[in-house]
Design a protein around this ligand. Structure first.
Ligand SMILES: Cc1ncc(COP(=O)(O)O)c(C=O)c1O
Length: 446
């Protein structure tokens, strides 16, 4: 293992979501090999966050590297404005093939943009069909859809985005059931029904609601809140009944993260619009996609001067290298039967429930597929979230490094989001090292 410090003397980089004053330097990653990240001192760490939840096969997968270099030799980028390219065409066909109910693919280059596009599609749809009053967006509390303005408005986390509140459009937010924090006086099922009834009641009174937007299967950034069985399906039904578009964000939860390729098929809740990102390229390049049903797409068709077309486009929309690596990635999913493998490998997490939950600071464990959230509390009975002055993330990152794992916590939640193809042996190692890390880090935060 490690802890030799490598200090870069001078850096001009401003890091994301980081209190820069806390950090004197950042370790420099110079190589990735399978689930391992290797820094400039030769220290190895297991990539326990799949490089921000996107890595599928581990690093330096030769087929993916070859797909990138092969395409780079042909054409590196050509725009989708008036033109098209073969990898983007083939990828769109493939995405439609695996996404029941979807008809067309609109490309972008990150998840936040894919969500912005989904909002624009939903809002303009109602305009296109002459229902101009339908302009409100409804969503779940605690959701996260990215860091751009529309995404902040819909996935509004007061602690992060409160400073921009005045500039954000308002949304209707509904509570989400989290069995660990079911309010007093309710059973889990009662509370779930209460949440659904609130949506139903509002929808039956308010005909101005254009769309309901939610993460599919679970809220990830919101602290790994896994929806109870049937919850998402029931929301989709309420939407249908009340003529509200159903928009899903599968950016973090699709493509196997929760153990199924397309999470909405497992949840039996076909959307009108869905967004993919992160794992689409295997975690190698930046690409995202927003898919729409035929009903949505057809509403945008008209004469040129009807001005019904979608005013949206990015420089790198449909980038051929990103599309080529995505296509190869999807081929590998099939060739390696990855989803079945994830379902088997992810059972390794279950072996450690007992040991993890006995740790002094652990209040709750939430797990599905290749995602685990470990909630840290100061008092197990009162369920008080740990909230020290110093960032928990930094403490866990430093302790994780000593144990040879790259960790990033979210608030008081330790996130385990490994590369999807991690082996059982590697996952065992990761979980053992996580336990060691919690043991040493909790001394500093309790
Ligand atoms: C559910 C969800 N939606 C959207 C995004 C935003 O994606 P990006 O960071 O690529 O903009 C994220 C990122 O973590 C996410 O978890």
């Amino acid at each position: 293992m490690q802890n030799k410090k490598h200090l870069r003397k001078k850096s001009s980089v401003w890091h994301p979501n980081t209190q820069m004053k806390e950090w004197q330097s950042f370790d420099e990653i110079v190589q990735g090999k399978g689930v391992w990240l290797i820094d400039s001192q030769g220290n190895k760490m297991i990539d326990a966050v799949a490089s921000m939840w996107c890595n599928v096969w581990g690093h330096s997968k030769k087929e993916l590297v070859a797909a990138i270099t092969n395409q780079a030799k042909k054409v590196q980028h050509s725009s989708m404005f008036n033109l098209t390219n073969e990898p983007a065409e083939q990828l769109a066909d493939k995405l439609i093939e695996i996404s029941p109910g979807m008809h067309k693919v609109f490309y972008s280059d990150n998840g936040s943009s894919a969500m912005e596009i989904s909002f624009k599609l939903a809002l303009q749809y109602w305009n296109n069909v002459g229902e101009k009053n339908k302009s409100k967006i409804a969503t779940l509390e605690n959701g996260y859809h990215g860091d751009t303005f529309g995404a902040m408005a819909v996935g509004y986390v007061p602690q992060f985005f409160g400073k921009f509140k005045k500039q954000l459009f308002s949304t209707l937010q509904f509570p989400v059931p989290n069995p660990y924090r079911t309010p007093k006086g309710y059973t889990n099922l009662d509370y779930q029904n209460y949440c659904l009834e609130k949506i139903e009641k509002t929808f039956s009174r308010d005909d101005k609601i254009a769309a309901f937007v939610m993460e599919s299967g679970a809220q990830v950034a919101g602290g790994v809140v896994i929806y109870p069985k049937g919850f998402q399906n029931k929301i989709s039904k309420i939407c249908k009944k009340h003529n509200v578009l159903f928009v899903l964000d599968e950016i973090a939860t699709g493509f196997g993260r929760l153990g199924s390729m397309i999470q909405y098929t497992e949840q039996k809740s076909t959307p009108d619009i869905v967004a993919y990102g992160k794992m689409l390229t295997g975690g190698y390049l930046t690409m995202a996609a927003t898919l729409a049903s035929k009903k949505i797409y057809d509403s945008f068709l008209g004469e040129f001067n009807d001005w019904k077309h979608l005013f949206h486009g990015h420089t790198y929309t449909g980038n051929p290298i990103a599309a080529a690596v995505s296509l190869e990635n999807l081929k590998l999913y099939q060739k390696n039967n990855l989803i079945k493998k994830i379902q088997k490998t992810s059972k390794v997490f279950e072996k450690y429930y007992g040991e993890i939950s006995q740790l002094e600071s652990v209040g709750d464990i939430r797990h599905k597929g290749m995602l685990m959230g470990i909630e840290l509390v100061t008092d197990k009975k009162k369920k008080t979230p740990i909230h020290p002055k110093k960032s928990i993330n930094k403490i866990f990152f430093e302790e994780g490094k000593k144990n040879g794992i790259y960790l990033r916590t979210l608030g008081n939640i330790v996130m385990l989001v490994p590369p999807l193809a991690i082996t059982e042996k590697e996952l065992d190692l990761l979980l053992n090292r996580t336990i060691l890390t919690i043991k040493s880090a909790q001394k500093q935060v309790l």
